[in-house]
Structure formats: C-alpha cells, structure tokens
Ligand binder design. Structure first.
Ligand SMILES: [Fe+2]
Ligand SMILES: [Fe+2]
Length: 273
C-alpha cells in the first residue's frame, strides 16, 4: 500500500498564474530521476540477493519513487503543456543506465550501500521540503509535501536496515563518514545533470555535463533555507553514527549553508557570464 495515490492530488486546483518559471525545469529533471527508481531496485535486489525482507522493501520503495516521477511529470505538463514527460524520460533511459549487473554494492559493503541510500533520501527529503515551502502554486505545494513525507520514511527504512547490517559488518565511523561524503559528492555526476539535459534541452543538442550540472545546482540551491540544511545535517550525522544534535552538527550545518550560498552565487554568476 502506497501512503498516497497520484489520483488523490487535487489536480483541479492547479493555478498557472502562481507557477514560478524558475521551478519548472527543476521539476522536469527531478521527474526523470525519480521515475528511474525501478532500475535502482533491480540493483538493490542483486546486492541483497539473500535478504528477502529487504528485497521486498526495496520493491515497495521503487513503486513510491516511480509515483514521485509520475506526479512531478504530470505537474510539469500542466505548467508547460508543450512538454512531454514520456518522451523526455525515454531520452533519459536511452542515455543513462545504472550498473544493473552488479553482484555486490559499489560502496564496498551492504552497510555502505544503505548509508549511501540514506544520503540520497536526506537530499530528496530536504529538496522537496525546500521546493514545497517556497512555491505558491497549490498543486506543486501538495505534491512536494507528499513526496517529502515519503522521502523521510525512505530514510528511516534504509537507516533501520543499515543498523541491522552494521551490527554484523562493524564499519567504523570514519569509513561511514567517507562513504556518506562520497555519495554526497556524486550529486554533480551525470544522474541529475543528464536529467536536466533530457528534461530541458531540445533533442539534437549535444549534452554538456558541466553546463547542465551548474544550471541544475545553481537553481536548486536557490530554494533552500537554513532550516532545510540544518535538518539534513542531523540526518547525515545520524546515518554515520554521530550525534544528530550538538555543537558539531550545528557547526557543520552553518558551514554547509555558507558553502552552499557561496557556490550558488558563484555558479549563477558564471552562468550569467
Ligand atoms: Fe523520491
Ligand atoms: Fe526516496
């Protein structure tokens, strides 16, 4: 059972006058990445081949992620009737593939895999919270809140399984921290940048990674407020085994917030030039 269904969204409340044009390209790109969740479930099923409980949870998780993509895609087509979600996603699928033939986690351990999943859910929960808090458009606000609630639950799901594996694999805090930082750094890889390209650059144009990544990041970061970073930092700390609330988490959140603002300004200035 999904926690909500796409048909429960009050689509008839869509108000084109309240659409912020800056958010539309972000929603188009996010729809691609979310829809691709099913592939990730295939990979997780291989990595956790002898763990039927986790495999069932991963399949259920993927159904929710695909629904995120479908809801965002549907909203983007209301905001931009000339845009087609299915066509854009087909382009994304054709050019971006996850390593589905893996037999072990690319993170070196199952605990590591689950920490990486916690980082992704930290990122998505804070992102949809930030987008939902900033938009005036009632349907997008509703979708973002529903999706963010799912992403917080996904974090808890992966966190609980991670604790189970941690008691077996006994990976130290420093290694967990390195895995978490590594996954956060991957935010500028092709997964998001290519989604931006497929969602927003007309077919036939070459894919320019650096440009797409900068466009996505500069715009996405502009929607965050400190409270989103603060909460996300607590989740990162918890996932790696550090106290989620305390001076170190506070300081890290403040530094991350400064760094994000600085990078956002720098990227925006570079793109404008
Ligand atoms: Fe999602
Ligand atoms: Fe999620």
């Amino acid at each position: 059972m999904k926690h909500w269904h796409i048909d429960q969204v009050a689509w008839d409340r869509f108000d084109p006058a309240k659409v912020d044009p800056a958010v539309v390209p972000l929603i188009k790109a996010a729809a691609m990445v979310e829809r691709n969740g099913r592939d990730y479930a295939v990979y997780l099923n291989r990595v956790f081949a002898d763990d039927p409980d986790f495999r069932a949870a991963a399949d259920y998780w993927a159904v929710e992620e695909v629904q995120h993509g479908d809801a965002l895609g549907r909203w983007a087509m209301l905001a931009d009737p000339a845009w087609n979600y299915e066509t854009a996603f087909a382009r994304y699928r054709a050019g971006y593939q996850l390593p589905l033939d893996a037999v072990a986690s690319v993170r070196g351990s199952r605990t590591g895999e689950l920490i990486a999943r916690c980082m992704v859910e930290t990122g998505t929960s804070s992102y949809y919270s930030a987008l939902g808090d900033s938009t005036e458009e009632p349907v997008l606000r509703e979708i973002c809140r529903l999706i963010a609630a799912d992403e917080f639950r996904h974090y808890k799901l992966f966190y609980d399984h991670m604790r189970r594996y941690l008691s077996r694999e006994r990976i130290g805090v420093l290694r967990r921290l390195r895995i978490a930082a590594g996954r956060i750094g991957e935010i500028e890889d092709d997964e998001l940048a290519f989604a931006w390209h497929c969602g927003n650059v007309s077919a036939g144009q070459p894919y320019e990674h650096a440009r797409c990544s900068a466009r996505y990041m500069a715009r996405a970061m502009s929607f965050y407020r400190f409270r989103h970073i603060e909460r996300g930092m607590g989740m990162i700390f918890k996932a790696v085994g550090l106290r989620p609330r305390g001076w170190l988490s506070d300081l890290s959140a403040r530094l991350a917030w400064r760094l994000m603002q600085w990078r956002q300004r720098r990227m925006a200035a570079r793109l404008a030039a």
